[in-house]
Design a protein around this ligand. Structure first.
Ligand code: NAD
Ligand code: MG
Length: 387
């Protein structure tokens, strides 16, 4: 049997390392040809020595010689920098590019991979938040598969299997994060450590903060719009603190389909890599007796302003979601660096959206320019807040 050839971008992160666990358990089905990381040289080197890809890319060019030397005794090609990352996805043997990079840095490699006819397993939701329309047009033009890794979108994708009929509504579930039930007053002084304590999922720092602010759900509403070609008004968010029902689709006859399972990203990662097949595994199984009650409630859009901002940005279109995403990346980094408060993050987003005017009909380079401008604007606002 031909093995599926995978490029893993962001291999050292939370999704990247779990993807390698999946790959490791099916050695006769998968082979890794590219591994990339930004800074974690030790783990990247260790992964390269285990999986022996054709190429590794370290995007921080200052770290090139360390990786190169460590792999000098192997046949693995080592490259550094962002351009090398974008080029690496072109290798002819690659079947699928698993994009597990965090942030808008994932956009260019996704676009290049699509243009080269590669299927995409997408964890990097920011790709679709920044430039969903352009990216999905390319997916159609190059006839590649866009396979969601995000658990909610994987759930929807699984519910849609074998369903040619239109979607009436998508119900995206949200855990509610560590601050569920809190009001604005309670959130004024929350710390980085409190925000980093997610009740159900262990993830990278950026998405963990996004989960605490409900920005993650906002990004996912935008991601769902582009993946499943629905309008914002067809996407409803429901808070489900147990994270067992990963999302639902309602069809036009009123029938609802849901996908359930324990919160473990290895399952949606595996499904994206094996689709349309399902491979048997030994992941822990869900038991209803361990979860006697599954509960559902409305999200609080007044307290968690970012989710509302995401809906507004999506409705307005053009560069709005790109600007929102860029400002959010800067705001989250500043929060993690103790430079802005938890609620201050939403102020930065609102103000950046006010300062950068909307534009429509954008090219890839336009999106990248707005991403840069918005980051500079958000940085500037944070600086001004401080002084
Ligand atoms: P992470 O921070 O743990 O890992 C990020 C990876 O990307 C690392 O390998 C890092 O080296 C690389 N990277 C970071 N910045 C980069 C840059 N500028 N250029 C190139 N590479 C860079 O993040 P994560 O939690 O694994 O999340 C990755 C993506 O998957 C995010 O878009 C996130 O929203 C999405 N996602 C994650 C989870 C999860 O459980 N962790 C669930 C759903 C979706
Ligand atoms: Mg998700």
């Amino acid at each position: 049997m031909e093995r599926k050839n995978i490029a893993i971008l962001g291999a050292t992160g939370s999704i990247g390392t779990q993807a390698l666990e999946v790959v490791r358990s099916f050695p006769d089905r998968f082979v890794v040809s590219v591994l990339s990381a930004a800074n974690n040289t030790d783990l990247l080197i260790q992964q390269a020595l285990e999986f022996l890809p054709k190429q590794v890319v370290i995007t921080n060019t200052a770290l090139y010689s360390k990786v190169k030397e460590a792999l000098a005794h192997t046949n693995i090609a080592v490259a550094a920098g962002v351009a090398a990352l974008v080029e690496a996805v072109e290798l002819p043997e690659i079947d699928v590019v698993l994009n597990a990079i965090v942030g808008s840095a994932g956009l260019r490699p996704t676009v290049r991979a699509i243009e080269k006819g590669k299927d995409i397993a997408l964890a990097n939701k920011e790709t679709l938040v920044v430039a969903g329309e352009l990216v999905m047009d390319l997916v159609a033009q190059h006839k590649v598969q866009m396979l969601p890794v995000d658990s909610e979108h994987s759930a929807i994708f699984q519910c849609l299997a074998g369903e040619p009929s239109p979607i009436e509504k998508i119900i995206l579930t949200a855990s509610g994060g560590p601050f569920r039930g809190k009001k604005t007053q309670d959130l004024r002084t929350v710390s980085r450590a409190q925000a980093l304590k997610h009740p159900n999922w262990s993830m990278g720092a950026k998405i963990t903060i996004d989960s605490a602010s409900l920005m993650n759900k906002g990004l996912e509403v935008i991601e769902a719009k582009w993946l499943f070609n629905v309008t914002a008004s067809q996407i409803e968010v429901v808070v489900h603190p147990q994270s067992i029902v990963h999302s639902l689709v309602q069809f036009e006859d009123g029938s609802l389909k849901a996908q359930l399972g324990l919160p473990d990203m290895k399952l949606p990662i595996q499904y994206a890599l094996t689709f349309p097949e399902r491979f048997p595994n030994t992941f822990k199984r869900f038991s209803f007796t361990d979860y006697a009650t599954l509960t559902f409630e409305q999200p609080d859009l007044e307290t968690f302003r970012n989710l509302k901002l995401a809906y507004q940005a999506l409705a307005e279109g053009g560069n709005r979601t790109c600007v929102l995403n860029a400002a959010n990346e800067v705001a989250v980094a500043a929060f993690l660096d103790d430079k802005v408060s938890f609620l201050g993050m939403s102020d930065i987003l609102e103000e950046t959206l006010c300062q950068i005017p909307n534009r429509k009909q954008l090219s890839l380079e336009d999106y990248i320019t707005f991403d840069k401008e918005s980051r500079m604007m958000a940085q500037d606002l944070i600086h001004r807040l401080k002084n």
